[in-house]
Design a protein around this ligand. Sequence first.
Ligand code: AMP
Ligand code: MG
Length: 313
Amino acid sequence: MKAVGRRMFLYNTVCEVILYNYSKDATGLLDECERSSLTVQNMLNRYDEQSELSMLNRNYRPGVPYPLSEELFVLLQAVWRFSGLCQGAFDATVGNLVRLWDFTAKDPAAPKERQVKEALARCGYQKVSFREEDHSVIIRIPGMEIDGGGFGKGYAVGQVLNVLRKAGVSSALINYGGNLFLLGENPETGNGGWKVGIQAPWKEKGNYLTSLYFSDLGIATSAGYERYFRQEGKTYWHILDPVSGMPADTGIKSVSIISDNPLVTDLMSTAFFVLGQEKGEEVAGRLRDYVVLEYVAATEEKLILSEGAKIWN
Ligand code: AMP
Ligand code: MG
């Protein structure tokens, strides 16, 4: 077996593409993957003032159509459709809240209730609409900030996947900061599928809840242990409930979503974490009309596997 890979630092995390048994120009193809990912980063990066999303956040005027590139328009529309489907559990307009909580800060601290309220007033996916004619977005309130943290990596994985499929790659692994896609068959075991271990939440790395075997699908995990801080005996994590403005706490400790659509794995993992088991399963059921959608979720007491995930277990 021959493996050729590329590791990149993008979206504030490690991103990797590995090609297996690819006999053509692997370097050229990996260059293309890297270019596609840089394009996504240049579009969405909140730390880059020149990214299209930063410019939108800074320059839009309330109620006035703001024209977007076709790519960002189509992406945001897809994200907004998803928000509608999960009734706002995933809401990309949480930018002000994300900034307020600032989980990536050196010394993060829980904000005051008043600050949370103020930030919440500047959130809400329903305050945004899209206009097909000129690919514009209309944000109806001032000071809103759209955050790409919950969907950028999943989208980037989807773009890389398109590049690899077009090139006829038969077997590859894409890992963008925990958003995985296992393209084709496992190069070692063939149609036995790839083995994917699911990290046990709040346990040392390498402790697994369970392992699944599947191929040609993506998987992404949302969990509190990924990014958090403790203060006065309480733990606060980076996935926020867009209704309360506080870290979502529905009893789900970790949820992994498996889908053929990498954007969906990214969005739905976050949404499921916010929705909790019952509502999460309901939304998953509706999504299943459009895409492959399976999950493994863990609460304090139990491990929940969807029907498909049970088969892969
Ligand atoms: P993930 O790790 O994929 O679950 O995404 C978490 C990231 O998405 C956070 O670091 C925030 O940038 C952003 N985020 C947090 N809560 C939400 C939410 N309810 N809806 C959309 N994005 C969110
Ligand atoms: Mg996600």
